[in-house]
Design a protein around this ligand. Sequence first.
Ligand SMILES: Cc1cc2nc3c(=O)[nH]c(=O)nc-3n(C[C@H](O)[C@H](O)[C@H](O)COP(=O)(O)O)c2cc1C
Length: 414
Amino acid sequence: MKHVDDFRLKFGKKELVPIIIGGMGVDISTAELALEAARLGGIGHISDAMVPTVSDRRFKTHFVRDKLKLYKYNVANADKSAVQFDLGRLAEATRNHVGRTMEEKKGDGMIFVNCMEKLTMNAPRETLRVRLMSALDAGIDGITLSAGLHLGSFELIKDHPRFRDAKLGIIVSSLRALQLFLRKSARLNRLPDYVVVEGPLAGGHLGFGMDWIKYDLGMIVAEIHQYLQNEKLDIPLIPAGGIFTGSDAVSFLQNGAAAVQVATRFTVVKECGLPPQIQQEYFKASEDEIEVNTISPTGYPMRMLKSSPAIGSGIRPNCEALGYLLDGSGNCAYVTAYNREVSAHPNVKKISVMDKTCLCTHMRNFDCWTCGHYTYRLKDTTRRLTDGSYQILSAEHVFHDYQFSVDQKIALPA
Ligand SMILES: Cc1cc2nc3c(=O)[nH]c(=O)nc-3n(C[C@H](O)[C@H](O)[C@H](O)COP(=O)(O)O)c2cc1C
């Protein structure tokens, strides 16, 4: 019986354990977690979502405080178009986060950064260019483009000296999205180095509508695999979403996948950024406590625990300090929803907004408990302690369980 360790992900001459820990925004996939994946011979992701906030937390910088100081006059104003990111400071924050992580890297694996296009930051092209360029400057091994079609992203970095040497990949949820991207990248004579195919059971935002349940990861992967073979395109395919055991991974690897990308099982390890009390919520969750909803202002459905404090919260938008979801004209669906509720209930002190959430603030505070579909199985991956809580795992334990387990078994911690 085969295990994941019988396979290798090949990038040119480099061979890796074919396990990739996916990016989990706003420092849920911490540098510490990514460094463990690299040390163990696989690939880890950090994320550049809200990177000034992450830099402040990690390095005691003051990017967020300074931005708020600059725009404080605008806090009560519904028009947020004036609230712009300073591109120099954004570059500095990215270089801090990426650069320090790369300096600490040990082992044969790699570290990539997850870069979401939907973080439009009130100037989509300019901010995205700075994020991508600065990550390359800071020596990142690779960039995974996510949450968007990224049709212009390669163009933004084509003059960077590392454009052809860093590993560049994209996350898609359909053949159609991949075809659009390939058409664009062919013009620069630069194919992606890998393609992550993310199915409907993943955590975070989904590349599907609310009819996500009709889709199946295996079928999308098979369709894309066939297409790449027909086109004679040798691009590693990496399925993601609901791959919960080593055996699940092996069945994809035997069917032509080059590696797997996983995340949910790592939400309950000590290296993960989620605070321990929230990790207990993930362990405890039952299947009916997990939902896919449309409260993210990005417009993409998102999976989360129904008990997330972010749901229904009516806090004042925090765009002057944060503002990562403002589109190119300074609009955010939460700001619109919030203002609508404030005008409808002029005398109410604490309003509730049900249809959208202030994702920036709630992700920063770990109050939006986004999770994969199989979060309800996490309780079966550990031991119950005498006080009734669940034992937090280590990244090494979970990584090795994926790497070596067979027969749908899950190893419990010592
Ligand atoms: C808590 C959490 C946060 C996530 N955040 C992001 C993100 O910021 N960007 C992204 O591209 N994918 C994100 N994902 C998706 C993962 O990177 C990964 O592709 C997917 O969850 C794999 O499926 P699994 O969780 O069932 O293993 C997130 C997943 C989880 C569980």
